[in-house]
Design a protein around this ligand. Sequence first.
Ligand code: IPE
Ligand code: IPE
Ligand code: MG
Length: 220
Amino acid sequence: MGLFTRKLKKTPPVERPVPRHIAVIMDGNGRWAKKRGLPRKAGHKVGAETFRTIATYCKDIGVKYFTVYAFSTENWKRPAEEVDALMNLFRTYLKEAAESMAARGVAVRVLGDLSPLPADIRAQIAQVEQIADGLGPDAATASLCINYGGRDEIKNAVRRIAEEVRSGTLSPEDITEETITARLYTAHMPDPDLIIRPSGEVRTSNFLLWQSAYAEYYFT
Ligand code: IPE
Ligand code: IPE
Ligand code: MG
């Protein structure tokens, strides 16, 4: 009975074309947990593990960039208890995940405005970036967006450009789309080809606004 005895191949053939950059709006963690009678934070914990699983899978099938929306600039408005649980998850997870994923050839990076994060988490993120910097050019990049907002990112880029114009290092007529692209958190990576959002919500919630101009969306 071929259907039951056939083993799933671990990785598809390498010749198969794959997207260069896949991004995911990680949503539905709370509902996932609620459905199982668990606290919301249990859903976030499983979400964090799923990040590791999918990022490593992406590397194995040849997807060079994988980006996940983990905490938005709007998520601070959630109940303090949930924000604390998410911060604690970053505390226990980030460095350990970066080390274990580095061993599998995946460089973990963090994108977003990190300034409002607790100092110990920022220190951990600096270590995570150091681990990523130590990996060779063959490594895949898995980015976690923390305190990320697409509008906030564009506002910060505009502010930087305004400062450069004021200081005389940039003239307004030299501002192109590339000038803006180069000042986003994603400056070093190609735009996402595919953006996936699970949970049933059909919106972008302020994710990669500039970079998604030609992305294909998959809502599941
Ligand atoms: C996504 O899951 C994770 C974060 C935004 C931190 P949610 O926490 O939004 O889960 P739902 O959408 O309420 O089920
Ligand atoms: C999107 O999920 C943001 C992240 C995944 C970090 P949310 O649950 O926060 O978004 P809304 O509130 O449904 O738009
Ligand atoms: Mg949600």
